[in-house]
Design a protein around this ligand. Structure first.
Ligand SMILES: Cc1ncc(COP(=O)(O)O)c(C=O)c1O
Length: 344
């Protein structure tokens, strides 16, 4: 008798979610046009809707969050400018150094001394230093925030802390870019409108391909003048797509589903509680990312893999990400497999 492999439970990322029938139908029916030489009406509709939700004057569709961040940094930074970002930020650790290689910025790290994912205003002020300097002084011109903060376990920055950081940055004349790949998660978890988390920023990026089912698509939002420049940078990077409305249609469906994210947050809490009951050191998640401290990350990932549970390493821990393609039953199944596996 051959043993059937266990069905895989995929916690590697919320990017693994797939477009369902409703989304595929919307994609198939999308009105389209060449978005480089003309305007694709569905992309345009998405850009207007996303800008409104994000509380920004304008937005530009991009194929990925990485490109959205790179465009913002390229527009904000001159070569050799110093920019500040939180330890473990996606723009620092997960974008192949493009902030330096392509946007020309020199990164510096802010510690998370206010709580996971965020510095205190004092730490930020100290890192910025004095505004005026001689012509040979290094220039610090940009602050990059991340909400939710991936490497800090999907941690949220609430509006009042966001406002304090913005005040310090703006006082010192810095531009502010917010990596809001999962800003929808932060808004749902905090019970505030998305726009409450972007107050004062110059630009924000946001993704539809994380936990919402869209196969492709992000936006970068800012002023109309920023978007005009960003459109040229996107083209330079090869991100000017033609009949992209078929992709933007999926993003529009995703945008309508933001409130469903509460389910994956609930599942993440259930998972973390179950792992703690099992004796593992898991922090209670703010959103959909559970980080677990284990003595040996590679061997734990291998062991989980042998149980049909897929996860990834992040910040020296094991990272489980919940999403719309994993149900509450899947969480129970996961915890059951871990319990049984540990006894075997
Ligand atoms: C915080 C954050 N920013 C940006 C990105 C990049 O998005 P993409 O994978 O669409 O390039 C990710 C991806 O997971 C992310 O977690």
């Amino acid at each position: 008798m051959t043993l059937q492999p266990l069905p895989l439970l995929d916690f590697r990322s919320d990017t693994v979610t797939r477009p369902d029938e409703t989304m595929r139908r919307a994609m198939a029916a999308a009105e389209v046009a060449d978005n480089v030489i003309d305007v694709d009406p569905t992309i345009a509709e998405l850009e207007v809707s996303a800008a409104k939700v994000l509380g920004m004057p304008a937005a530009l569709w991009t194929p990925s969050g990485t490109m959205a961040n790179l465009i913002a940094l390229s527009v904000h930074l001159d070569r050799g400018d110093r920019f500040l970002a939180t330890r473990g930020a996606h723009v620092l650790n997960n974008e192949l150094g493009s902030a330096a290689w392509l946007a020309g910025g020199m990164p510096d790290i802010l510690e998370h001394d206010a709580g996971p994912g965020r510095p205190t205003p004092d730490t930020l002020a100290a890192a910025i230093g004095s505004a005026a300097g001689p012509y040979y002084a290094l220039r610090t011109t940009l602050l990059c925030l991340e909400n939710t903060h991936n490497a800090a376990g999907g941690a949220v920055t609430p509006p009042h802390e966001h406002a304090q950081l913005l005040a310090v940055a703006k006082d010192a004349g810095l531009k502010v870019h917010l990596d809001g790949a999962r800003i929808w998660h932060a808004a749902v978890a905090l019970g505030v409108p998305v726009a409450a988390l972007t107050v004062g920023v110059d630009t924000v990026s946001a993704c539809f391909s994380k936990g919402l089912g869209a196969p492709v698509g992000s936006v970068v939002a800012g002023s109309a003048a920023f978007v005009e420049q960003a459109r040229r940078t996107r083209q330079m990077l090869g991100g000017g797509v033609r009949q992209g409305g078929v992709l933007a249609a999926a993003c529009l469906v995703a945008l309508d589903r933001v409130n469903d994210l509460a389910d994956s947050h609930e599942n993440a809490r259930r998972l973390a509680d179950g792992l703690v009951e099992h004796g593992w050191e898991a922090a209670t998640p703010d959103t959909n990312i559970v980080l677990v401290r284990v003595p040996d990350v590679p061997s734990t990932l291998d062991w989980l893999g042998s149980l049909g549970i897929q996860a990834l390493p992040m910040a020296g821990k094991v990272r489980f990400v919940t999403h719309r393609d994993l149900s509450a039953t899947d969480i129970e199944e996961t915890l059951g497999r871990i319990k049984t596996g540990a006894r075997a």
